[in-house]
Every structure is written in C-alpha cells, then in structure tokens.
Design a protein around this ligand. Structure first.
Ligand code: SF4
Length: 401
C-alpha cells in the first residue's frame, strides 16, 4: 500500500484532486478547439479510455468560442490550456471551463497574472501552474543556465506568490521536464516545499513505446514515493493511448480500482507447449471484448504455469495438446488446446457472475488428477528443472566441503 504525501484538496469540476482523493488521469485533445463536434468526440473517447479530466487548448478567439459550446456538453471537467495571452484565460473563464492551466514561462506580467487569478477566484475554480522545462522563464534560464529542478521549482514558487498575493489558493502545480531524472528531482523538491496538489508528467515524452517508458519511469517512481495527485502521459500518439496508459498505471499500482483486464502471461521459454505470444494476444483481445475486469494468466506450460500464477483469479496453462484451466492455482478443467482461449473467456464470464468460491465448488473432480498425470509426463520428457536446481545446490554443498 502506497502511503501518499498529504496535500491540500482542490476540485476540478466534480473531480477532487489532492487531499487523499484518488489519483486522477488527465489527457489533452489534439483537435482544433473551434471544431466543436470533433473535439467533443475526442473528449468522449478519452473519458471512455479512463480520463477523469480533459485539457483543451484555448489559443485564439475561435478556440474560446468553441469552448463555450464544448464545456456544457462534455462528460468530464474541462481545463483550458493558456499560453502567452492572458486574455484567452479570461475568455475561457467566460466559456465556463472548470480549470485553467497557465504557463509561467510565457505569461510573465505579474499584473496580468493577478487579473486572471482574481477573475478565476470569482468563479471558484482552480489554476494549474504548469512549469515546463522547455519553456522556462528567460531570467531563470539565465540564472541557472538550464532548466534544473531548482529553476523549475523557483518558477513555480514565483507564480504561487503572485496568486497568493490576491488570496488565490486553489492551485495545483506541475514541473515537467522531458529528461526523466530531472523531472523526478524537480517534483521531489517541489513536494518538500509546498503542500499544493501536484500534477505529474514527463513532457514531450515522444512516440510509443519510448514515451510510455519515460512516463512510467518518471510518474511511476514518484507515485511509489507517495508524490502526485493527478497524472498525464504526454505521448506523440492518439491521446486515447495517454488516457489508457495513465489509467492502467494507476490500476497496476493499486491507486485506482481495476476497471479493465489485467492479463499476466509468462514470457515463454523452451518448455512452452504453445505459442504463448499468439495465445496471450488472442486471449487479451477476446477478454477485453467481453469487458472482463479480472486478472487472468496465460502460461506456456503446465509444469510451472499454475504454480507461478497461483495468485491470478483465473488462468490457463498449456499441456500436451491440452489446456489446463485454473482458478487461484487450482486446476478446474482440462480442455483441448484448440478450445483454450474460448474456455478461458467462458470461465471468465462465469467467474465474474458467480464468484471464485462458486466456480471452485463446481470444478471438474478429475481435473487435478489429469493435470498431475500430464505434469509428470512432461517432466519425464523435458526433465525436472526444479529438482535439477536442488541437485545443483547439493553438488555445490559437497564441493565446498
Ligand atoms: S510457465 Fe512454463 S513456458 Fe512459461 S516461462 Fe515458465 S517454465 Fe517457461
């Protein structure tokens, strides 16, 4: 269980951020904001993929006008992304957005920032101070030479001061960088300095898979340390992938309840009795189509499979031309290899409807016996790797005297 660092709580529409609220997933649309229907279609797709909050650029008057139509029809709270022009922030507020993101690197006029903060406070919505290593305040770049963690945190603190000066405290902060170690250090420093909720992200992480790897390394590291209240993966890909990845990361870290399939599969090895990659892919596709939010294991051999995946709610391991279907490590049915995946999906549906105990109670009485006999046969053919390890240890013991 991850112990999360305490932060102040704010609300983006009906989504609580910080103060012990579930870590939320954000993403950003890639459509032109003036294209209302296209943008709304993407917002709905993002929500379907797991986004709790969606950010939309408000970069010109047409975009602001688009927001006025998008916000009332959106299924999730909308944050307007503002750069350079503080009037776009004022226009977005009028359009009814549930949050603003300001970049302190390119709106640097204290008076204008305070004007936005006062107008935002009147509407009772939050502002994210979105510091970005790639667009850091020029004076700070001159002072630090580059976007160091200290420079990014100083930028955030300066902006916080402007907002607090006009009694604005509905703040969340991000200090994103495309270099993962810098990003991690910046957030650690920020978390030690303020108690405002933090929005985590590795900026400009790039295409899949590299972008996902960077995001998981940076965001995952911080989440495991209890840092972070809302997250965004910045991928050069369909933003639906950002939402899916963010949601999956939170579920794998037990920070959100599972809403989708968790497929675990062995990497395969010389003992595999089937093409594990093919079976795992087919199983993933069919189980996702069936909408089953359970943990399922696909294992390449019956010798080690059921034991190694005994924590999985449901699994299948390949025998000699057969599939051993198991629930919590107990073999409940042995099926022909060609029917493995369909049997897995069928059992998955029943498991979700009836529960683990009920399904174990109707297990095929002979399944364990058949499975044990097959395991023995395979051990005879392939050799017993486990006992070989024991023998090796004994040999080493004797050799060392
Ligand atoms: S489950 Fe079997 S096939 Fe898969 S990695 Fe383990 S020993 Fe190899």
């Amino acid at each position: 269980m991850i112990e999360r660092r305490p932060t102040k709580q704010i609300h983006v529409g009906d989504v609580a951020v910080g103060g012990g609220a579930p870590v939320s997933v954000q993403s950003m649309t890639t459509t032109k904001t003036a294209d209302v229907d296209g943008t709304l279609a993407q917002v709905y797709a993002l929500k379907g993929a797991g986004a709790d909050i969606v950010r939309i650029t408000c970069n010109d008057a047409d975009a602001a006008a688009g927001l006025a139509e998008i916000v009332p029809r959106s299924p999730v709270p909308i944050i307007a992304d503002i750069h350079f022009n503080h009037r776009m922030a004022l226009a977005a507020l009028e359009a009814g957005v549930q949050g603003l993101r300001l970049n302190p690197g390119n709106i640097r006029d204290e008076k204008k920032i305070k004007e936005v903060a006062i107008a935002t406070k009147e509407r009772g919505i939050p502002i994210r101070i979105g510091v970005n290593g790639g667009s850091l305040d020029k004076d700070l770049l001159a002072k630090y030479g580059t976007a160091t963690p200290e420079a990014m945190v100083e930028s955030a603190l300066m902006e916080i001061r402007y907002l607090e000066d006009v009694d604005f405290t509905d703040i969340k902060i991000s200090v994103k960088n495309s270099h993962v170690p810098t990003m991690v250090d910046a957030y650690r420093l920020l978390s030690d300095t303020v108690d405002y909720p933090l929005h985590l992200g590795v900026t400009e992480a790039g295409p899949i898979p590299g972008g996902i790897i960077k995001g998981v390394a940076g965001i995952g590291t911080l989440l495991l340390e209890g840092i972070g209240d809302t997250i965004r993966f910045s991928l050069t890909a369909d933003p639906v992938e950002e939402a899916k990845t963010g949601r999956a990361l939170l579920e794998y870290l037990d920070l959100r309840e599972r809403t989708g399939l968790d497929l675990i599969a062995c990497p395969s090895c010389g003992r595999a009795e089937v093409d594990v990659i093919e079976v795992a892919n087919e199983a993933q596709q069919k189980l996702e189509e069936a909408g089953l939010a359970i943990q399922v294991a696909v294992m390449g051999c019956v010798v080690n499979g059921p034991g190694e995946a005994r924590e999985a709610e449901l699994g299948i391991a390949a025998g000699r031309g057969k599939g051993h279907l198991f629930i919590k490590g107990q073999v409940v049915r042995v099926v022909p290899e060609a029917e493995m995946v369909d049997a897995l999906v069928d059992e998955g549906k029943k498991l979700v409807e009836e529960g683990i105990e009920a399904r174990l109670a109707v297990a095929d009485a002979n399944a364990e016996q058949i499975a044990a006999a097959e395991r023995e046969q395979l051990l005879t053919i392939q050799g017993d790797a486990n006992r070989a390890r024991e023998r090796r240890a004994r040999v080493a013991e004797i050799a060392e005297g």
